[in-house]
Design a protein around this ligand. Structure first.
Ligand SMILES: C[S@@+](CC[C@H](N)C(=O)[O-])C[C@H]1O[C@@H](n2cnc3c(N)ncnc32)[C@H](O)[C@@H]1O
Length: 587
């Protein structure tokens, strides 16, 4: 019998962590039994359950024989102060004006992901007397089914204005098992450190769980005090009028701190995108996360079904267009063949053709606008001649007027982001950058470049207003079809600006010539080519933790271009920035 492809995939995932198939097999079997063969629970979050179960089993084996007698009632001591049972939000923690010191308890739900904040980022408070007196005690009343992943534990944090912080874990799942016996605390810490180092590689090798917990206590107090002091200010306030990403999790002591945000997308994408600054020195980015493009003001983006001609869609199709014997009308744009494989990757030949066009533009033709909107925005009365725009190959995806299903293989970009990405602070002085936390295959859709849709004139005005203000700039010109019309109207010459509103792509840095991503214009909802989606795909296999880069196509000598010239530190052997390093351009 052919092996189950889901089993093979699970083996592959754990093999990349150095765990052999033989070791995974019994764990997988157990989980399948436990979850009634519900694979989704096992596959979720890149096999996190399976990885956790593997390490838990390993731990159990190691702990066997070393098991100590249950710890006595050392924490059975009851608080001296009587507390009120009230619901608080974080601003109200540690704010008592009562003369007697009060011990307030923040109780935070934690799911399998171990996040410390509830979905609203709030902590609840309750009286200590509502807790079991001995948290190590087995409690049959804890109605928790340890066979399901819906079971939640609690992290209870108690603090007093005098600087005392107590954290207690209420692990319902473990307490619900009959064979539960109290593990050794040192062994737990050690195994957690191993787990985070081996499975997630997100912490420094020198980090320890004890340090993390101490940091958590310190930060809890510090934030409590800050919130108290800044009650009249906006939450984690910024004087800037653009929203600042909430600095929810900052760990580390003053000397050796780092910034970590678990999701910069505010839950707006299919996957979370974390942000990590290992130096703890960089100011957090000030911008508003938007998953899709949004019109700023005057851009002429006319989305209407009536504008999509019958021959510009596939109303007669159903299901998945990629499974058709003869590709439908939506493949016409790409030469009668779909650009995507059934696995959702770009086809090799299509990718190769577009790569060669980008890499050796002299072999292909540029188009020149009769009157270039870029030049016109700089000087309306006496515009310079067009400097040329590379002819681009468009991908056309099926859309709402098409009869096919949302799962159709010719709908990749519109289904949104799927890869596990992280924004991190680069070490080469490029500011923030983006990396994937998993290996990516060649031709894989990473994300689209989302931002505000501006007319070229609006961008020019915005750039003039902001000149000298910003270290980094975030505009992209949507010029893939410029030159195909005689004269492009001002409201049709568009660009995307992710300076104030944008998605993860705004953090992707430039690399000359040998970047690992390539951008494609993608037609989805508008048949004309003034507006389109700019989608970024891998152009080769990319290893986990490798920085993702794309070639902005900058001419480093063109000082008038909306993408402000910067001193390139891409490190590529083919770097086009010939300025001597260390000598900043006057711009
Ligand atoms: C779209 S943003 C990329 C994210 C940016 N690094 C940040 O911290 O927000 C473009 C800006 O990043 C910086 N940048 C991108 N690629 C670079 C490179 N190869 N060398 C130096 N700076 C770079 C430049 O300041 C540029 O204006």
């Amino acid at each position: 019998m052919a092996p189950d492809p889901r089993v093979i995939k699970a083996f592959d995932a754990l093999r990349s962590l150095g765990i052999s198939d033989g070791e995974v097999k019994p764990v997988l079997k157990k989980l399948l039994k436990l979850y009634d063969s519900n694979w989704e629970l096992i596959e979720e979050d890149n096999y996190r359950t399976l990885i956790d179960a593997y390490f838990d089993l390993k731990e159990d084996k190691q702990a066997e024989g070393k098991r100590k007698a249950p710890i006595s009632d050392h924490d059975g001591e009851r608080p001296k102060q009587k507390l009120h049972l009230v619901d608080h939000n974080p601003e109200e923690l540690v704010t008592s004006t009562n003369e007697k010191p009060k011990l307030l308890l923040g109780s935070v739900s934690t799911g399998v992901n171990g996040s410390f904040f509830d979905s609203n980022g709030n902590c609840r408070t309750k009286s200590l007397s509502t807790l079991p007196q001995n948290i190590h005690k087995k409690d049959d009343n804890l109605a928790c089914n340890s066979n399901t992943r819906t079971c939640m534990g609690n992290i209870d944090i108690a603090s007093s204005p005098l600087g005392e912080v107590k954290i207690s874990l209420n692990c319902d799942a473990a307490l619900g098992r009959l064979n539960f016996s109290i593990p050794d605390l040192d062994a737990i810490m050690k195994s957690m450190e191993e787990k985070y180092l081996r499975s997630y590689k997100t912490i420094e090798p020198q980090s320890s769980m004890v340090e993390l917990l101490e940091d958590l206590c310190r930060k809890y107090l510090k934030l409590g005090l800050n919130l108290n002091r800044n009650r009249s200010n906006a939450k984690y306030g910024s004087s800037h009028n653009t929203p600042l990403l909430q600095q929810k999790a900052v760990a580390g002591d003053e000397k050796n701190s780092y910034h970590f945000l678990s999701d910069i997308t505010k839950g707006s994408e299919n996957v979370k995108i974390s942000l990590l600054d290992e130096s703890g020195s960089e100011e957090l980015p000030k911008f508003n996360y938007i998953p899709y493009n949004i019109i700023y003001q005057s851009a002429n983006v006319n989305i209407s079904l009536a504008r999509i001609a019958d021959e510009g869609c596939c109303a007669e199709c159903s299901g998945d267009c990629l499974s058709l014997a003869f590709p439908c009308a939506c493949a016409q744009e790409t030469g009668g063949e779909f650009a995507y494989t059934p696995q959702g990757l770009l086809k090799e030949e299509f990718l190769a053709a577009c790569m060669s066009m980008k890499m050796e533009p002299q072999d292909h033709h540029f188009v020149y606008c009769h009157e270039c909107p870029l030049e016109r925005s700089k000087n309306e009365n006496k515009a310079e001649p067009c400097k040329g725009h590379l002819v681009r190959k468009f991908i056309k995806e099926c859309w709402r007027k098409c009869g096919c299903a949302m799962r159709c293989g010719n709908r990749v970009v519109q289904r949104g982001l799927r890869c596990k990405l992280q924004v991190f602070l680069t070490r080469e002085g490029k500011g923030w950058g983006v990396r994937a936390l998993e290996d990516l295959p060649k031709g894989c859709f990473v994300c689209e470049y989302a931002g505000e849709i501006l007319t070229n004139t609006e961008l020019y005005e915005r750039t003039l207003q902001n000149s000298g203000n910003d270290r980094h700039t975030y505009p992209v010109t949507l010029d893939a079809d410029w030159g195909s019309e005689g004269v492009l109207e001002d409201e049709d010459a568009l660009c995307l600006d992710a300076t104030y509103n944008g998605n993860v792509a705004r953090f992707i840095n430039h690399r000359c010539s040998d970047a690992n991503l390539i951008d494609f214009p993608v037609e989805v909802e508008t048949p004309d080519r003034h507006y389109y989606h700019l989608a970024l795909f891998t152009n080769r296999k990319v290893k986990a933790y490798e920085e993702l880069t794309w070639d902005y196509g900058i001419d480093f000598d063109d000082h008038d271009h909306p993408i402000k010239a910067f001193q390139c530190c891409c490190g590529s052997a083919f770097c086009r920035d010939k300025k001597p390093k260390g000598q900043l351009d006057s711009l």
